[in-house]
Design a protein around this ligand. Structure first.
Ligand code: XMP
Length: 514
């Protein structure tokens, strides 16, 4: 089936994946490509529309990111956002320069509601601006359709050529009617039908996996995390017992997590997977003995994971397909998609296991953003508790224990974390906080319990709100909830006598505490 598609041309701005997510929220499929992508390739993809994103440059400077001017002659609707808008104006004969007043933040914009872009948008609407340059004069043939007191061309259009430019960021939630504007672009201007729906995606994927796999044998590494769980269940629905899932319990999971994963995916669970649980807790603790440096811990855990998986795969023999839980941000960030290649040191498994004897890789979630993976999971009938669980790093508690990892410390952090999560849920905060967990610091200090002196560890509680995990703000947790957690942790977790709340945002901190 040919999917209708919007192309997002990436000029390296920070909100580019957000643009894609907003378009998909309108039930329209889209993909991100670098601005260096050949025009021929763009034409061949037959997009219904093209969106040019923001970017860090000034479009009039030597060597600034640009696109082929013929892009504007394809007869396909184009919407330029921020840098994309400036580039469109600059390329087509308008004038872009340094703004006398730099606009940043929420600003009231006056719109011309007769434009298709602003159908059902208020005349005065709050938008998110972030620019040093501005469009001084629109290109010939363009009509100004929005302005602010400091920005004479906040949006412009040339309706005959289906070209639209917006100086602000409709993709950011601070732009109150931004989703409406993007929806106007994809529906009213590009004429999309809106065929990107999760139920259809799941159904089509299962069908095409079945065709591709035939009678082949499939191997999947299951971590219990959202991506690999959804991938495994989708594969199981497609090819049943041709699939084997290997779950490596490295002893660095959250409290009872190994058993919970086995309950759902094991032989007594609803999916009847060929499920192999490898209990290698001691092996990992042994490898981590005496190691304090966080990067080294990550490496050891990653490598050992591969070794264990390799050993299990050898026992199974030749397989035809290996399943990977790659999702779309991984594709974009690994440089295959957009421009803003983020250097990603986060890998659950250290790259491709090339030792496993397999013919092909299957990546059933490769097209999906995280929220879409979750929706696909719910569509597949995976319990909400599993599908909506918060991110958990591949190296697990290994990077939530500062300093050397021991079985004893794992127990402490598991117990403290379980209490913390329970109290957060009881306070009704579990859905509103982006990510929260307990970590074990490497600090021991003197305390007194009953009549006895203690010399024990300090637990750090962490909770952050974040949109993209690249930056994060500390979440505000009511003081009484924190006090309750502190009391319970100290009373119930042996070896801990202090509890701290970590206030650090990212940057300068990271979300994890290692
Ligand atoms: P940091 O600590 O870098 O974390 O601010 C950002 C987000 O990434 C998660 N994280 C990982 N996820 N493997 C993963 O799959 C990893 O090695 C890893 N390290 C950090 C972290 O939980 C947060 O959501």
């Amino acid at each position: 089936m040919k999917r209708e598609k919007i192309l997002i041309i990436d000029f390296g701005g920070q909100y580019n994946q957000l643009v894609a997510r907003r378009v998909r929220e309108c039930n329209v499929y889209c993909e991100i490509y670098s601005y260096k992508t050949d025009l021929e390739k763009i034409r061949d993809m037959k997009p219904k529309g093209i969106i040019l994103t923001g970017g860090p440059n000034s479009c009039y400077e030597e060597g600034a990111a640009a696109c082929d001017p013929a892009l504007f002659e394809l007869g396909v609707p184009v919407l330029g956002l921020c840098y994309g808008a400036q580039l469109m104006m600059h390329t087509l004969g308008g004038h872009v320069g340094k703004a006398p007043v730099r606009e940043y933040g929420k600003i009231e914009v006056t719109t011309d509601r007769s434009s298709k872009l602003f159908t059902n948008v208020s005349e005065k609407t709050v938008c998110w601006m972030s620019h040093n340059d501005y469009i001084e004069t629109a290109a010939p043939g363009f009509q100004i359709i929005a302005h602010t007191p400091d920005c004479p061309v906040a949006a412009a259009q040339c309706e005959e050529r289906q070209l639209y430019a917006i100086q602000f960021h409709p993709e950011v939630l601070h732009t109150q009617e931004g989703t409406k504007m993007l929806s106007n672009f994809v529906y009213e201007i590009c004429g999309c039908a809106g065929d990107w729906k999760m139920d259809a995606f799941v159904e089509n994927s299962i069908r095409s996996i079945r065709e591709r796999v035939g009678k082949g044998r499939v191997l999947c590494a299951l971590s219990g995390g959202v991506d690999s769980s959804v991938a495994a269940v989708m594969m199981a629905k497609a090819v049943g017992d041709q699939l084997t899932c290997v779950f490596v319990d490295h002893g660095l999971l959250r409290k009872n997590e190994g058993d919970e994963v086995e309950e759902v995916f094991g032989p007594n669970g609803p999916y009847k997977l060929n499920f192999i649980r490898v209990n290698v807790q001691e092996r990992f603790y042994e490898k981590l003995k005496g190691v304090e440096e966080p990067e080294q811990k990550r490496k050891i855990i990653g490598e050992e994971f591969i070794r264990v998986f390799e050993e299990e795969a050898k026992k199974i023999g030749t397989v035809d397909f290996l399943v990977q839980g790659t999702i779309y941000p991984d594709v974009v960030e690994s440089g295959l998609g957009g421009e803003s290649a983020v250097i990603k040191s986060h890998h659950n498994v250290g790259g491709l296991p090339d030792y496993v004897d397999f013919k092909e890789i299957l990546e059933p979630l490769r097209d999906l953003f995280k929220d879409e993976v979750r929706r696909a999971g719910l569509e597949l009938g995976i319990p909400e508790k599993l599908v909506c669980r918060q991110p958990f790093p591949g190296p697990g508690l290994g990077i939530r224990i500062v300093g050397e990892v021991t079985a004893e410390k794992v127990r402490m952090v598991q117990d403290a974390d379980a209490i913390y999560r329970e109290e957060i849920a009881k306070a009704g905060l579990d859905k509103s906080i982006g990510q929260y967990f307990a970590a074990l610091t490497n600090m021991r200090s003197v305390g007194v319990m009953g009549d006895e002196r203690t010399y024990d560890y300090a637990v750090a509680l962490r909770a952050v709100n974040t949109i993209d995990f690249m930056t994060a703000e500390t979440a505000e947790i009511p003081f009484d909830v924190l006090v309750k957690v502190m009391n319970r942790v100290i009373n119930e977790v042996e070896g801990v006598n202090r509890v701290f709340y970590d206030l650090t945002s990212k940057p300068p901190g990271t979300i994890e505490f290692e």
